[in-house]
Write a protein that binds this ligand. Structure first.
Ligand code: XIL
Length: 413
C-alpha cells in the first residue's frame, strides 16, 4: 500500500468514526430528552425509574394544580379566628350557582353598591316629604337583605356617610343642586334622619342580620400631613365634627350588639393611619365606635405585609377595638402561571400574618371581606384601566392558587 493510499484510508476511518460518534451523541441526547419527559410525569405514578431530582415534588406547598376546592370552605377553615366575607350585587345573589358558591366559602356579605346613599335615597319621595327629610327606597334594601338573610349570611352595612356615591342634591337647599349647600344645622338633621331610617328599617325587618356598619367611609386624607379629607360635602358643611355626629346618631339607633366602624383605604400609610387612629381612639373612648375597617385594596407591586402588621398593632392599642379587613383585593395584571403563583404567595403570607396576630392576641381581627367574588366582576379592571386578576376565583369561578394558599395559611406553622 502506498503512503498516499495509507493516508487516504486513515482519513476515511477517522471520518467514519467521527460520523458514528456524532450519531451516537445524538441518540444519547434523545434518550436523555425522553427521560426528561418521563420524569416530568406526576410523581405519584410510582415509577421507580423516575429521576427524583427532576420530578415535581408532590408535597411542594405552592403546587396547587392538582387540588380541588370542592370540599374546602374558607369560612369553616377560619371559623375560630374571624368571619370570611365577600362583596357582591343583587344580580349575583339572584343566580343560584353564584349564591351556592358564596355560601360555601363565605359567612359575611357586603353589598358592593346597593346600600350606598346613591342607591337608597329616593329623590321623589324626599321632595314630597312633609317633614322635608330625606326618604329611602326600602324595597331596594329589603330585596337584597331578604336574599342574604334567607341564605344565612350575616351582613356588613356599607355605608352610611360618604363623600362618594351620595347624590349632590342631598346637601343642597330644597334638594336643588342649583341652590347651593344647606347650613350645618339642616345638614345634621338630614344626616340623623337618613341614618335613623336606614338602620331602623334593617333592624326591624331583618333583625340580627347586620352585625357591623361602616358608619363613616373615607373621612381621611392621603396627604403627607394626614388629617381629614377636605373635599367632602359633609366636611364642607359640618366640619370635622361630622364624623362624631354620624357615630352619635348610629349609636342612638343601632341595636346594642351591632358594631360601628370607621372605614378607610390606605389605612397603612403612616400619616393617614395616625389620623384614623386618633379619631377612632377618641370615638371609642366616648363609647361611640367599636372598630376600624381597613379597606385593604392592595397592589401586588407595592403591598407591604410589614406595613399592614404595623397598622394592626397601632389600631389594636385602642382598648376593646375590633379590626376588620373590609374590602380586600390584590391588584394583579398578570394571570400567567408565575403571576398567579406570586399572588398566592402574597395572599398566603398576608393570611398567615393575620392568623398570628389574632392567635397571639395582638389584634382582635373579627372579619376579612374580599371585595368581589371572581376576577370576572372585580371593580379594579375599570378602576385601574387594565384587566385585573385580584380575587380568589377566576372568570370561570375556578379556585385560583391564592385560594389554596389562604386555606393553607390557617394551619401553617
Ligand atoms: C366600588 C364598587 O366596587 C364599584 O362597583 C363602584 O362602581 C364604585 O365603588 N371603596 C369603597 C367601596 O368603600 O364602596 C368602593 O366600591 C371601592 C372603594
Amino acid at each position: 500500500m502506498s503512503l498516499k493510499m495509507k493516508k487516504a484510508m486513515t482519513l476515511c476511518i477517522a471520518g467514519i468514526l467521527m460520523i458514528s460518534f456524532v450519531f451516537a451523541g445524538c441518540s444519547k441526547k434523545k434518550t436523555e430528552d425522553t427521560n426528561a419527559v418521563e420524569t416530568a410525569a406526576p410523581a405519584d405514578t410510582g415509577s421507580e425509574e423516575a429521576d427524583v431530582t427532576d420530578a415535581p415534588d408532590s408535597t411542594d406547598e405552592s403546587d396547587y394544580s392538582n387540588r380541588s376546592a370542592e370540599d374546602l370552605s374558607l369560612k369553616d377553615i377560619y371559623a375560630d379566628r374571624f368571619m370570611i366575607g365577600v362583596a357582591a350585587n343583587s344580580w349575583q345573589l339572584q343566580d343560584k350557582e353564584t349564591m351556592a358558591a358564596i355560601t360555601k366559602d363565605f359567612s359575611s356579605f357586603t353589598c358592593e353598591n346597593e346600600m350606598k346613599p346613591d342607591y337608597l335615597l329616593d329623590y321623589d319621595a324626599t321632595i314630597a316629604a312633609e317633614d322635608g327629610m330625606p326618604q329611602i327606597k326600602v324595597d331596594t334594601l329589603n330585596r337584597i337583605m331578604t336574599m342574604a338573610e334567607d341564605a344565612g349570611l350575616k351582613m356588613r352595612g356599607h355605608t352610611l356617610v360618604w363623600h362618594s356615591q351620595t347624590p349632590k342634591w342631598l346637601f343642597c337647599k330644597d334638594y336643588d343642586e342649583d341652590k347651593g349647600y344647606v347650613n350645618k344645622k339642616t345638614m345634621l338633621k338630614r344626616m340623623e334622619s337618613y341614618i335613623e331610617k336606614v338602620i331602623t328599617y334593617c333592624q326591624e325587618n331583618h333583625p340580627g342580620v347586620i352585625y357591623a356598619w361602616d358608619v363613616v367611609n373615607e373621612a381621611f386624607s392621603d396627604d403627607e400631613e394626614g388629617g381629614y379629607r377636605l373635599d367632602s360635602p359633609w366636611y364642607e358643611i359640618i366640619g370635622e365634627e361630622y364624623v362624631e355626629k354620624a357615630f352619635e346618631f348610629a349609636r342612638k339607633y343601632a341595636d346594642e350588639d351591632v358594631k360601628l366602624f370607621l372605614n378607610d383605604y390606605n389605612a397603612t400609610i403612616p400619616a393617614k393611619r395616625d389620623s384614623i387612629y386618633a379619631a377612632a381612639a377618641t370615638l371609642a373612648e366616648k363609647g361611640l365606635l367599636d372598630g376600624v375597617g381597613m379597606q385593604s385594596h392592595h397592589d401586588m407591586k407595592y403591598i407591604s405585609i410589614g406595613d399592614i402588621k404595623g397598622a394592626l398593632f397601632k389600631y389594636a392599642q385602642i382598648p376593646g377595638i375590633e379590626i376588620q379587613l373590609t374590602e380586600l383585593d390584590l391588584h394583579n395584571p398578570d394571570d400567567s402561571e408565575g403571576g398567579l403563583a406570586t399572588q398566592a404567595e402574597i395572599y398566603g403570607d398576608l393570611f398567615k400574618m393575620l392568623v398570628d396576630m389574632k392567635d397571639e392576641g395582638n389584634a382582635n381581627i373579627t372579619s376579612v371581606t374580599f371585595w368581589g367574588l371572581s376576577d370576572a366582576t372585580t371593580w379594579l379592571t375599570a378602576n385601574k384601566n387594565e384587566t385585573s386578576y385580584p380575587l380568589l376565583f377566576d372568570e370561570n369561578m375556578k379556585a385560583k392558587p391564592c385560594y389554596f394558599a389562604i386555606c393553607d395559611a390557617a394551619t401553617k406553622e
